[in-house]
Design a binder for this molecule. Structure first.
Ligand SMILES: NC(=O)c1ccc[n+]([C@@H]2O[C@H](COP(=O)([O-])OP(=O)(O)OC[C@H]3O[C@@H](n4cnc5c(N)ncnc54)[C@H](O)[C@@H]3O)[C@@H](O)[C@H]2O)c1
Length: 471
């Protein structure tokens, strides 16, 4: 198969690499020349400065120049292609609707080029981007208006999670393909031949509109589930004496109908998709006069959850942020990625700065460069108070409190560093429940505030929880 992937971001680059690994001839197109030049070197550090996914640079190094090619010139690669995957950004507008301006510009340009192509073999144009329900039909109209010969359309939404994107592209839970015609289904079966009739992977063939809907309903369901645990499970653990959140989670999810993923409470779910997709679905459903209160609540609970621990530090722990130095560990929205989009750390840092902290010592193993552009002092002068650190130890030095905002594995061993580096009194704010031996820290005098449990003051005896109301 000759495959073109349009847009080499998190989705497009991983998809292009994994397709090339399966022996397809893949041309990855992007209009960002610097990016394309960096990928064309095949060097890990150049690739990872844009998309840092475990295993990705190894595949690119193996297939580059044999099965995988990068280009900034669509016209030169379009001839003879069987399938074109659109992996373009579809960010949110302020009102929650989806900004399709980049998508529409590229589709227009692509239609003009495809209309001129000499080769008359069938080409399927596939929406892999998350696009509002009905966009694939719109794509079909545009291509027809331009009189593109012998084309088909498909919706093939992407479900990867950053940090494990390569593993998931090699072994997805499901592949969803929505087409109108058997010849287009057949083309996509050839692309995904390793997943068709697989014992574990569900290969679902349906209509384009259903495929688009599957993506929105799945992401909305996931955020609703996370918000349920943060909004209900975590609050029970925080407000009611003697409730242990981990046992609560295990007890509830022992029911086979209820999944474990998303039941781990946190300071909110970030990332480029959940927030934008639930808001887009709310927008789409409102236009159909559907009551969207439940979805709005899921979104709002998640947004509030991101800053809730800062509020709790004041109200429960009595901590005064004014003029203090706070270490913020974990800037990307989760471990193993450098993606800062919608990361909880953004809201946390904004909130801390709003409370008058003197300095923020920020650390992340992968996302410092990405964070620097998010926290540009040109956007907010207060961002000048952020100091970027090379290690958690450096971030902890001189701080009065630490906020753990992501689930990087290295934070699990943080207690030793805390003991060596900081002075008492000291407040640990644990947004991901990353410190398994927190009780030892409490015994040594550190104050501990975690999502899903009530605040415990340093040296507190046993289960002392002074702020709790007895029910
Ligand atoms: N990131 C995820 O975890 C994820 C998961 C599932 C689905 N999605 C969806 O996939 C789509 C892509 O997401 P992403 O995270 O890969 O986005 P991204 O921003 O990382 O990548 C988009 C790429 O498109 C390129 N691009 C922009 N304008 C272009 C143009 N005019 N011509 C050619 N290329 C252009 C950019 O340079 C960039 O490389 C979105 O619809 C998103 O909702 C993302």
């Amino acid at each position: 198969m000759k495959i073109i992937v349009v847009g080499t971001g998190y989705v497009g680059l991983v998809h292009a690499a994994v397709c090339s690994e399966y022996g397809h001839e893949v041309y990855a197109y992007d209009n960002d020349l610097e990016k394309v030049n960096a990928f064309s070197t095949g060097k890990a550090e150049n690739i990872e400065s844009y998309v840092n996914e475990p295993g990705l640079s190894n595949i690119i190094r193996e297939t580059l120049g044999r099965y995988l090619f990068f280009s900034t010139y669509f016209e030169s690669i379009a001839e003879g292609s069987d399938v074109i995957f659109l992996c373009l950004p579809t960010p949110p507008n302020l009102d929650g609707s989806t900004d399709l301006s980049i998508y529409n510009t590229v589709v227009e340009l692509m239609a003009q080029i495809l209309a001129r192509r000499r080769d008359k073999r069938r080409v399927v144009i596939v929406n892999k981007s998350t696009v509002p329900i009905g966009t694939t039909r719109h794509l079909q109209r545009i291509l027809s208006q331009h009189k593109v010969p012998n084309f088909g359309i498909a919706s093939n939404p992407e479900f990867l999670a950053e940090g494990t994107a390569v593993d998931q592209a090699r072994r997805p839970d499901r592949v969803v393909v929505g087409c109108d015609y058997e010849e287009d289904f057949k083309n996509l079966r050839r692309v995904y031949s390793q997943f068709v009739n697989h014992v574990r992977i569900k290969y679902i063939e349906t209509t384009p509109e259903t495929a688009e809907s599957i993506k929105y309903v799945a992401n909305t369901m996931l955020l609703t589930y996370i918000s349920f645990w943060n909004g209900v499970g975590a609050k029970i653990g925080e407000r009611i004496s003697n409730v242990k959140i981990d046992d609560l989670r295990i007890g509830v999810t022992a029911d086979e109908r209820i999944s474990t993923w998303g039941s781990f409470v946190s300071n909110g779910a970030g990332g480029s998709c959940f927030g934008k997709d639930i808001r887009s679905l709310i927008y789409q459903l409102r236009r159909l006069d559907v009551n969207t209160k439940m979805l709005e609540a899921s979104y709002e609970v998640n947004e509030y959850q991101k800053i809730y621990l800062v509020e709790r530090a004041i109200t429960e722990a009595g901590f005064e942020f004014n003029n203090k130095t706070v270490a913020v560990l974990g800037l990307a929205f989760k471990k193993q990625t450098n993606d800062m989009r919608d990361a909880s750390s953004i809201r946390v840092i904004e909130s801390l700065l709003g409370k008058g902290v003197a300095k923020i010592n920020a650390y992340d193993p992968l996302a410092i460069e990405a964070a620097k552009s998010v926290f540009s002092p040109l956007k907010n002068i207060l961002f000048e108070k952020i100091v970027y650190c090379q290690t958690p130890k450096e971030a902890l030095e001189g701080s009065h409190a630490v906020f753990i905002s992501s689930d990087c594995d290295e934070f699990r061993g943080l207690s030793g560093t805390i003991e060596n580096v900081v002075n008492l009194p000291y407040l640990i704010i644990d947004g991901r429940r990353m410190i398994p031996d927190y009780q030892e820290l409490i015994n040594k005098g550190y104050d501990y505030l975690a999502v899903g449990a009530s605040y415990i003051r340093g040296n507190a005896k046993g289960e002392e929880r002074p702020h709790l109301k007895v029910l």
